[in-house]
Design a protein around this ligand. Structure first.
Ligand code: C2E
Ligand code: MG
Ligand code: MG
Length: 730
């Protein structure tokens, strides 16, 4: 209904526009006609001029011939009697000044009233169809006006051949005729054959009798003509538009729909086949629709880039979990992860890099989760985890492990990328008892993480935050390694018998400690967690080796602490060797310190790396001995030379008999295993004496020396050989 009203309205508008067009067209036609008429007449005048000149000449010749006057009169009379298409012949007399004195109708002038005299006077009579016979008379010739459609056409007719043969007969002169073309116009050329040749050139039309025509008007365009014309155009455009729309519909809608229907039918058939072999009954359409709905529902649940569940399904899981929690008392953690840096990668490298990174992040998350956990990608950079909390004290470790699975170097198409992330954690039921509030709290925690120094934040529960100062330190540490903001200090380990310096332990320090109040152990832990330990250890080795080589102290040895992550690097021996060779340091000048706990975390792999270092000729020392539970078997397997008794036992040894007992037992054990013993944290002379009495080999501590700046080491060597200086303390 609405459509037909619209169509009718459009038709009316179109008709109206046609009427306007017709009117405008006719106005234009009339204007161009006026110019055109003048042009036509001018053209014809030129043509006619030739003909009139020749006619004039012929007529004059006729008049001048013997008995010419009467011959002329009768010639005209006969001529007009035999040429009915010529309607009027006027012979106009002129006075001596050349002004016409009479305009009389001669015999043969018929129907003079129909000749449109005004037109003829203005344009036609004097020029086109008149011919001055002599200076006293003018011959006017006019033809009929016919109508062609709405246009009036004046036909100027003169049968030249007839006229000329008439002339020839009357004048007694013979004419020869030849036809030629000049400039696209056909001419008939006549020559008098009486010796003195006169060429008469007559331009003529297609027939000898119709000289030319002038279109006196234009046919006005009618509404229906324009309607017809435009209908064709409009219809053609309409058909083309319909075809185009149909094609578009076919490729973009109908074909995909048909494909989908086919697939749905296929899926339905195969399901049906597997449900009951040989059953020919067709599943009802509703069932097919239902299957398709399930397929679409499943698609709607997946994130197309990572294949993880999307927000819809995750929220459903969260609701289910909370329902389950209310019933069975289970506890959950909702973790929101805001991955940083993807937008700038998309902008710099392209979206396909970001998609690849997102897939790797998703894989990392999947791998670090347990079966009971859920993971989803909510939107661009936001992931969500639902973790079942079995033991609250293990949650932090789990979340940190997941953090490290996200914040790590990624390899994409041969390039390395690093991502950052902020974690917000909220706990059910501690922080919220329903899904919405829990989600809100986790979101708040992410925002808090973004603005605080530690990238993992728990909602409200400040105790859960492992370290609030760590995050900015990571940033500082990155630039510190690159910008030489770090330094090594060297603490002597001295032999208790000879008071010789056995080696100097290299200890890491910030150059400007005021800017960094985090204990160095925590700095190192952060470096370990953020993949900075390799560049850091490299830097330490290089600095220590350079120090040994530049110190010029013969036989100087340096102790270097290694981190657990270094011990899992199979290329560590190679890296150390490079530095040794570069600074021409002998392997025996390096003492590697590893803690007891490090060995026990993954003994097999660590033993392999340490064995390699031993073969290279490096000396190994077990640091902080007594704090872990190193198995003696491993100790026997390792190429270890020294045990460093942890300073916690040594420091209070003088007052604490238990510590004293432990230290004594450790020294004995070490000696049984043929190992040298170092006591670290020796702060007093009493401790020093006690250790000496216990037959401890080496000592290290503030009593002997605080860690020294590199430039103080030379002075140390100049004085430390004297036993009394050691005994007096430094
Ligand atoms: P560590 O290897 O057991 O180093 C001994 C620590 O005890 C040093 O602390 C040292 O300054 C301190 N110390 C030495 N004598 C005394 C004393 O008489 N009394 C007391 N109270 N402390 C004393 P620092 O430098 O803070 O290092 C702490 C730990 O950080 C080191 O324990 C080591 O595990 C680690 N560390 C230090 N530098 C490096 C390094 O370059 N690389 C690695 N991987 N770890 C390092
Ligand atoms: Mg050490
Ligand atoms: Mg130690």
């Amino acid at each position: 209904m609405l459509l037909s009203a619209f169509a009718l309205l459009m038709f009316l508008l179109w008709s109206l526009s046609l009427m306007v067009l017709v009117d405008r067209q006719n106005q234009q036609n009339a204007a161009s006609y006026r110019q055109n008429l003048h042009g036509q007449i001018l053209q014809l005048q030129q043509k006619q001029q030739l003909w009139l000149q020749s006619q004039h000449y012929l007529l004059n010749t006729l008049v001048e011939s013997p008995g010419g006057d009467s011959k002329f009169q009768s010639f005209l009379w006969d001529y007009y009697q035999r040429n009915p298409s010529i309607w009027a012949v006027n012979l106009i007399e002129f006075d001596p000044d050349g002004n016409p004195v009479s305009r009389s109708s001669k015999p043969g002038c018929r129907q003079p009233g129909q000749l449109h005299r005004s037109n003829f006077d203005d344009y036609l009579v004097p020029v086109i169809t008149s011919c001055r016979i002599d200076d006293k008379a003018l011959l006017e010739i006019a033809g009929p006006v016919t109508t062609e459609g709405n246009a009036r056409v004046l036909l100027l007719s003169m049968d030249y051949f007839d006229f000329l043969s008439e002339f020839s007969a009357l004048s007694g002169r013979r004419l020869q005729r030849a036809a030629d073309f000049e400039g696209g116009v056909q001419y008939h050329e006549f020559g008098l054959n009486d010796g003195d040749l006169v060429r008469v050139v007559l331009p003529i039309g297609e027939t000898s009798s119709v000289f030319g025509e002038i279109h006196l008007g234009v046919k006005p365009m009618s509404f229906w003509e324009l309607f017809e014309l435009q209908s064709v155009i409009v219809l053609t455009v309409l058909v083309a538009a319909v075809v185009l729309v149909l094609l578009l519909l076919h490729f973009n809608l109908i074909r995909p729909l048909l494909d989908l229907a086919e697939k749905m039918q296929f899926a339905a058939n195969s399901q049906q086949q597997s449900a009951g072999e040989g059953r020919a009954e067709v599943r009802p359409g509703l069932q097919v629709m239902q299957d398709a709905f399930h397929v679409l529902q499943k698609m709607a649940k997946r994130d197309p880039v990572t294949g993880l569940n999307n927000r819809v399904i995750f929220e459903d899981r969260l609701l289910q979990a909370i329902r389950e929690g209310k019933r069975s008392g289970r506890r959950y953690a909702l973790v929101l992860i805001d991955v940083q840096g993807l937008d700038s990668f998309a902008w710099q490298r392209g979206q396909y890099i970001v998609d690849a990174l997102l897939r790797q992040v998703a894989d990392g998350l999947r791998e670090s989760l347990r079966e009971s956990d859920h993971v989803a990608r909510f939107e661009r950079n936001l992931f969500a985890l639902l973790l079942e909390v079995q033991q609250r004290d293990q949650l932090n470790t789990l979340v940190e492990k997941i953090y490290l699975s996200v914040v790590r170097p990624y390899q994409v198409f041969g390039r390395e990328f690093e991502l950052n992330a902020f974690f917000g954690v909220a706990l059910y039921p501690e922080h919220a008892a329903d899904a919405d509030v829990l989600y809100q709290h986790a979101s708040d925690a992410v925002v808090k993480a973004e603005h605080s120094e530690w990238p993992i934040q728990y909602f409200r529960d400040a105790d859960d935050v492992t370290d609030t100062t760590g995050f900015s330190m990571i940033q500082s540490l990155r630039s510190a390694i690159d910008n030489e903001e770090l330094k090594l200090m060297y603490q002597p380990v001295v032999d208790l018998k000879s008071y010789q310096t056995v080696y100097l332990e290299a200890l890491l320090r910030w150059r400007d400690p005021d800017k960094h109040d985090l204990p160095i152990e925590q700095t190192i832990r952060l470096a370990e967690q953020n993949h900075l330990i390799k560049p850091l250890t490299n830097w330490i080795f290089e600095t220590a080796c350079r120090f040994v080589s530049e110190s010029g102290i013969e036989g100087l040895a340096v102790g270097i602490n290694l981190s657990m992550i270094d011990l899992h690097d199979r290329r560590l021996p190679e890296r150390i060797e490079t530095q040794l060779r570069r600074y021409q340091v002998r392997p025996s000048q390096i003492v590697i310190e590893i803690t007891e706990g490090q060995i026990m975390q993954d003994p097999k792999e660590v033993i392999e790396v340490l064995a390699h270092l031993g073969v290279m000729g490096l000396s190994l020392s077990i640091d902080d001995f007594g704090t872990g539970q190193a198995s003696l078997t491993y100790l026997k397997e390792l190429p270890v030379e020294k045990l460093k008794i942890d300073q916690s036992f040594v420091r209070d040894m003088a007052t604490n008999p238990d510590d004293q007992l432990i230290v004594r037992a450790t020294i004995e054990l070490a000696h049984t295993l043929d190992l040298k013993v170092v006591a670290e944290g020796v702060e007093t002379l009493v401790a020093c004496d006690l250790l000496s009495e216990m037959d401890c080999d080496h000592v290290q501590g503030y009593y002997i020396s605080h860690p020294l700046e590199a430039k103080q080491v030379a002075t140390w060597f100049e004085t430390s050989v004297k036993p009394d200086l050691v005994r007096k303390g430094r």
